[in-house]
Ligand binder design. Structure first.
Ligand SMILES: Nc1ncnc2c1ncn2[C@@H]1O[C@H](COP(=O)(O)OP(=O)(O)OP(=O)(O)O)[C@@H](O)[C@H]1O
Ligand SMILES: [Mg+2]
Length: 318
């Protein structure tokens, strides 16, 4: 059965209240994800891009059942992810796996590669021949089996990332969420890992949600891209269309930051100023204070999403 992850008006908040003198408390809520409605399928690789602090990891963590929501919903095959991950941990981890930026830090430092994979396979009663499955996983991720007797500190960054991908694949997930998973690697190794993930996605029918601030990686790798700004989706669509004909001023500005992205049309002046605080969110469009085309009505109401075919953008000027 093909799987689908859906979010509907998903909002995620962090309590960042500050303690003052004499047991006083200043209540403050940080709205990290606001009204996000998205769909992810197993036959595609979807990039999530945006500046630091825009909510990428929060969204990814929530889809992996690790970050609770405030309101709205996030479901996997119509079942609430939060409840699923809490009550059926092993079943859920056979559906959704996550890999992180620093593979060495996410691997147990005292376990060899082999012990790392065996530890996962122990939890899967239907896998009988663990040694054969370990060989298969090594082949899938291009990791020499000789390296499995080493601990993470004795492996290179690329080898560690291949091991964490093998650990995730051991569960045969329907979705793999990659949070900046290539950012800490050398450029040549980044390309190898991207090619590996792309091949695995197609051969295993596994959906990939690829969180990155690197539009260059996204343009070569992702079928669709979602652009986040201050916790909201400002643009989404097929990568080739969004990157050759960006419609939202923020997407245009993101492209500007990338040298050699040639295809980008850059008719508008650059954005100015700083990204606002997600604690004191501005009314209206969150980009308005920085946007060269903003006008009074942009500051009074959040722009609705305009849909054009399989694209959508939240700007009244598009
Ligand atoms: N555990 C937490 N407690 C309080 N605030 C948090 C927490 N985690 C994240 N935030 C805040 O939520 C917002 C979104 O953070 P998030 O880590 O999701 O952003 P990001 O897009 O992944 O950034 P980066 O590109 O730097 O990884 C930020 O303002 C961040 O400071
Ligand atoms: Mg992050």
């Amino acid at each position: 059965m093909s799987s689908v992850i859906r979010t509907q008006d998903l909002c995620i908040e962090y309590d960042v209240s500050e303690r003052g003198l004499f047991f006083t408390k200043r209540h403050r809520i940080l709205r990290a994800i606001v009204d996000v409605s998205l769909e992810f399928r197993t036959d595609e690789i979807v990039g999530i891009v945006g500046e630091s602090g825009c909510g990428k990891s929060t969204l990814g963590g929530s889809l992996a059942g690790m970050v609770p929501k405030a309101t709205g919903s996030a479901t996997l095959n119509d079942r609430e992810i939060e409840e699923f991950a809490r009550n059926d941990k092993v079943d859920f981890s056979r559906q959704v796996q996550m890999i992180f930026q620093h593979p060495r830090g996410s691997l147990n430092p005292v376990l060899t590669g082999r012990a790392t994979l065996f530890e996962v396979l122990r939890r899967l009663p239907d896998v009988k021949d663990h040694a054969a499955r370990v060989s298969e996983l090594c082949e899938q991720v291009g990791l020499s089996e000789d390296l499995l007797d080493r601990r993470p500190a004795q492996l290179s960054g690329g080898q560690c990332q291949r091991l964490s991908i093998a650990r995730a694949l051991a569960m045969e997930p329907k979705f793999l969420i990659c949070d900046e998973s290539i950012a800490a690697l050398d450029v040549s190794i980044q390309a190898q890992i991207i090619n590996l993930l792309s091949d695995l996605s197609r051969s295993l029918g596994m959906g990939i949600i690829f969180i990155s601030h690197d539009l260059n990686a996204i343009r070569h790798f992702c079928d669709r891209v979602v652009v986040l700004y201050l916790g909201r989706v400002v643009e989404l669509g097929p990568t080739s269309e969004v990157l050759t004909d960006p419609r939202h001023p923020y997407t245009k500005a993101l492209g500007r930051a990338i040298p050699n992205i040639g295809e980008f049309a850059l008719p508008d002046p650059e954005l100015t100023g700083e990204i606002p605080s997600p604690i004191d969110r501005p009314s209206g469009c969150a980009l308005a204070a920085r946007c060269p085309v903003a006008e009074a009505r942009c500051r009074s109401a959040v722009p609705p999403h305009t849909t054009e075919g399989n694209r959508a953008f939240a700007c009244i000027h598009t």
